[in-house]
Design a protein around this ligand. Sequence first.
Ligand SMILES: [Zn+2]
Length: 270
Amino acid sequence: MATRRFNICSSAVVLAVALAVPAAAPAGDSVATRTPDLRNRPHNKGLARFKKTVARQAAKFPTAYFLEASKRTRAVALTFDDGPDPKLTPRLLAVLAKHKVKATFFLVGSRAKRYPKLVKAIHAAGHAIGGHGYQHVSLKARNQYAAWWHIRATNNVLQRILGVRPAFYRPPYGAVSDRQVAFFAKRGVKTINWSVDSFDWDPKRNAVERITGEVLKHAHDGAIILLHSGSWRGNTAKALPTLIAELRKRGHGFETIPQLLGIPAIKRVK
Ligand SMILES: [Zn+2]
């Protein structure tokens, strides 16, 4: 039923009518109308498996694990993983400032420690910050305590620099076990993956036009879009102005992850 309703809503006629209606959703209509999914078409078996896993986890943990907005909204969230990086992060910040877009940066703890000024610059510009592992390693196969160590160590660094601890996290490679999701949620940290992958991380698919093409092909209301702020992602910064302009032209606004999901940005420190 939910899927059917989404299909009807995606037709051009109804969409045109919907656009004329005020943005605020009526009471009781704040949940998503379809099962959250990774929208990209997988081009290998690993990605096909990943797509299934994330859809299953989003259905299993509707308040602790997110691929997209859980409310009706035309807004999308741009998210940048793997920073901070002394070359690329300032370039991304400059483009975002020029276009008046607030985004979300998922920072690697050891890199945040090394570049505290960049962490402060991201925060001062009004972007949201979450952790992305203390080192960039897959933690899915580890027990929940070992994975939690990465979140805590990263949040300790961020708290020393910014005075606040993030309340949300993105696992490196999007890889996280069900047990870890539940364990983190109990400790006040929500897990954030994505619904649209730009493939800017893939050297075979990250020409500027391919990054914009892939995102624009799959972008949707409430999308969480995966991009990167690691050192060799120069094309991400080049693709960003077109990406922002095109998404705006289609009527999408930009929100940070806490805004898009209606979740706290930071944890209260006891
Ligand atoms: Zn990453």
